[in-house]
Design a protein around this ligand. Structure first.
Ligand code: NAP
Length: 281
């Protein structure tokens, strides 16, 4: 199968690396010519360049640009596609993309692989990034069975587990488990930086260990990605943040009032229930 990938950064580049290793013919297109040269030397694609005409004859094209460029990229891409080419994206939000994308191209199926690292760009590509990761597919009643099957086949071949839902449920769920953690983790780092006593802050920096490393990881990632999540999933992110704020106020009240049994109950519940959210539970 000949697969085109537009946007050769962490996600697009890593996908190209794994698809190439699985024997797919990968055509990589990106904005920057230097990125395209690196894609060839790193084994991300067998053909690469900045021109969409390279994508003629592809069975499938994956749009892996930052979220804001997904729809404009699809519009520019359409003239180069055959009527049979299926297009998918990897965007971290789905509601603002999928309906408009299907109006532009009926062979569009939204997808979102739940994999990533704190790094970005072609130099961040990783082999096996998608192995055992959930990949959400968001077709609707008008999506053809063939288009869904092709997209599923590609994600399965790089080791993803497929889950299907609506764009609305996807966006509400990722607000909780992906976008809210980025904001909270960023605010954790930001709050620590706000320590007014410089001696304390510098000492804290010296002794921060595995707990801080775990809880600050997603807040220390690609700023462009976090901003895009907040902007493009604004309603759901705000909903989750406000609910988080309510719960935080309750925790503050309980600590101020020496309500230790409430705090203990909360920690026992979270100790038990954390596993429900982990893939390998
Ligand atoms: P990234 O590492 O910054 O890669 C995006 C790449 O797209 C850039 O390296 C850039 O390459 C290229 N690009 C930017 N604008 C372009 C345009 N207009 N046309 C063609 N190429 C363009 O970002 P990423 O983390 O891979 O994210 C890409 C997409 O994956 C986003 O939609 C994001 O929501 C989604 N996603 C990210 C994660 C994650 O954890 N990172 C997880 C799942 C899904 P050059 O400028 O170097 O050519």
């Amino acid at each position: 199968m000949r697969v085109g990938i537009i946007g050769l950064g962490l996600i697009g580049g890593s996908l190209g690396l794994d698809l190439t290793a699985k024997g797919y013919e990968v055509i990589g297109v990106s904005r920057n010519p230097e990125t395209c040269s690196k894609a060839l030397t790193k084994g991300v694609a067998s053909t690469s360049g900045v021109d969409f005409s390279l994508l003629k004859g592809c069975d499938m094209v994956v749009i892996a640009t930052p979220i804001e460029y997904i729809l404009p990229t699809l519009k520019n891409l359409v003239p180069y596609l055959s009527p049979y080419t299926v297009v998918t994206d990897v965007g971290s939000v789905k509601e603002s993309i999928v309906a408009s994308a299907q109006e532009i191209l009926s062979n569009f199926v939204g997808s979102h692989p739940m994999a990533g690292t704190a790094n970005s760009g072609i130099d961040a590509v990783e082999k096996d990034l998608f192995k055992d990761a959930p990949c959400v597919i968001t077709p609707n009643d008008n999506t053809s069975v063939r288009a869904i099957a092709l997209v599923e086949k590609m994600w399965l071949s790089v080791g993803c587990k497929i889950l299907t839902t609506t764009p609305t449920i996807h966006d509400q769920a990722v607000a909780w488990i992906s976008h809210l953690p980025v904001i909270i983790s960023a605010n954790l780092i930001y709050s620590c930086l706000g320590e007014k006593d410089e001696k304390v802050r510098i000492f804290a920096e010296k002794i921060a260990s595995s707990g801080f490393k775990d809880t600050s990881r997603v807040g220390g990632g690609n700023p462009e990605l976090g901003l895009m999540m907040a902007k493009n999933n604004q309603k759901n992110v705000l909903n989750s943040l406000k609910e988080y704020q309510n719960k935080l106020d309750t925790i503050i009240n309980n600590i101020e009032s020496n309500n230790w049994s409430e705090i203990e109950q909360l920690l026992k519940t979270t100790q038990t229930k954390r596993n429900d959210f982990l893939i390998d539970n």
